[in-house]
Design a protein around this ligand. Structure first.
Ligand SMILES: *Cc1c(COP(=O)(O)O)cnc(C)c1O
Length: 415
């Protein structure tokens, strides 16, 4: 085992602060999960659920309607259509937008697989583009170049990654110039805002997820927000098999209805959402202060003036400067009791599902970013002291980077 002289001399002075992976006491002996779901108003929810059960109407009824109305008010959009999940919502929006014939649907490689899967199921074919260095959202310039080179592109998608609003103005200009609809995967963005304007009204439609790892939860669920009345009407039919009411289906739709029970859960989470989003932002600021000055470490942050839900608190590591790559840091944090994920690794253009597209080698910046990210725990009822301890767990590792690397191994030598 090699002995790093720097850490060798500091071990005595800061021995009590040695990283757990090197034998120190873990920061979280009982462990700290990535997300922790807590019902904001349990009594209120039980009351709502009882109301649904007593009504005898268990799907697509007044509770779903109320969720749609409250979400529309929050997002300041005229139409919200609730669906069974975000993936199905994206599929139906893309179908309604005319995606067909395996035509290209431009989208980031740096996103969750469901963005691409939705395009595939709608009848399109993903065409992956690069992420921005700053905030890992879709790079407008790269998207524009690939759209221009594409053969008859059908649509463009962008993801508000971690809740960071995309470059909405630039992306709209590019979509308009290419003559394609712009659809946002807003799975992370319920409560985000671009320059003071709530996410929900950008592009042709924005599709949100209310699954349990997201900030506003319905158990399972999705919301489509749009300013287009005709699209909203089509989606109401589409989520019900394409049945306009007389069982003479207009097109092959899905069963993508939201149940009343899920809507009741969703309503419980929607209440107080802006306050919870503000709290998450304050926690991220706390983390940033506590981890300031650590070499090779930055956070995925929204632009000044934008609001992020911080669905995820994601670190972006420069392994050369930090001394560890994201997997090595993940191993060190695991020893501290801190759960982490590499959101999003592998990036979608590298996944087996899309190997046939031949784009695996085409996104070097996305590859580098995807190999640099590490998401650490954050939840809406976390307190400032806990987020400071998460930051401490990261900060304490860095001065011992060389020793830690020797213990946890390198990318090449790790099992
Ligand atoms: C979670 C997620 C989805 C899928 O949402 P579901 O509601 O589970 O279908 C889509 N895109 C992104 C970016 C996500 O994180």
């Amino acid at each position: 085992m090699t002995t790093d002289t720097t850490s060798g001399t500091t071990t005595g002075a800061t021995g009590r602060n040695r990283p757990a992976v090197l034998g120190g006491a873990p920061v979280f002996p009982d462990g700290l999960p990535l997300t922790r779901v807590r019902v904001p108003d349990r009594e209120g929810l039980l009351g709502r659920l009882a109301g649904v059960l007593d009504s005898g109407m268990l799907t697509n009824g007044p509770t779903v309607r109320q969720l749609e109305e409250e979400a529309a008010a929050l997002m300041r959009v005229p139409h919200v259509v609730a669906v069974s999940n975000c993936t199905a919502g994206l599929m139906l929006v893309l179908q309604a937008a005319g995606v067909d014939g395996r035509r290209p649907v431009l989208m980031p490689g740096f996103t969750f697989s469901a963005t691409a899967h939705a395009a595939h199921w709608a009848g399109g074919s993903p065409l992956f583009a690069e992420a921005r260095e700053q905030d890992v959202t879709l790079d407008p310039a790269d998207a524009e170049a690939r759209l221009k080179a594409a053969d008859s592109p059908a649509a463009m998608m962008a993801t508000h990654v971690y809740g960071t609003p995309c470059q909405t103005e630039e992306l709209q200009r590019i979509a308009d110039a290419a003559g394609v609809p712009l659809v946002y995967d807003a799975a992370h963005g319920l409560g985000s805002a671009r320059r003071g304007v709530p996410v929900g009204g950008f592009g042709l439609a924005e599709v949100f997820s209310m699954s349990p790892t997201k900030v506003a939860v319905a158990g399972e669920g999705g919301l489509v927000a749009t300013r287009d009345a005709a699209l909203a009407e089509t989606l109401r039919t589409a989520r019900d098999y394409g049945n306009p009411g007389d069982y003479d289906t207009l097109f092959p739709g899905l069963n993508a209805r939201m149940s009343e029970l899920h809507a009741a859960v969703g309503l419980t989470w929607l209440a107080g959402l802006p306050e919870r989003v503000a709290h998450r932002g304050a926690l991220v600021a706390e983390f940033a202060r506590a981890a300031a000055g650590v070499p090779g470490l930055r956070l995925a942050l929204p632009e000044e003036g934008d609001t992020s839900t911080f669905k995820d608190l994601t670190l972006i590591l420069d392994a050369g400067a930090f001394g560890l790559d994201n997997r090595q840091l993940a191993a060190a944090l695991k020893a501290e009791g801190v759960d982490t994920r590499r959101y999003f690794f592998p990036p979608v253009h590298r996944q087996k599902s899309y190997a046939h597209l031949g784009q695996a080698e085409e996104l070097p910046r996305t590859d580098r970013l995807a190999a640099s990210v590490l998401t650490v725990p954050l939840w809406s009822h976390m307190d400032a002291a806990t987020v400071r301890r998460v930051a401490d767990a990261v900060v304490r590792v860095q001065p011992f980077a060389a020793e830690v690397a020797a213990v946890v191994g390198t990318a090449a030598g790790r099992v």
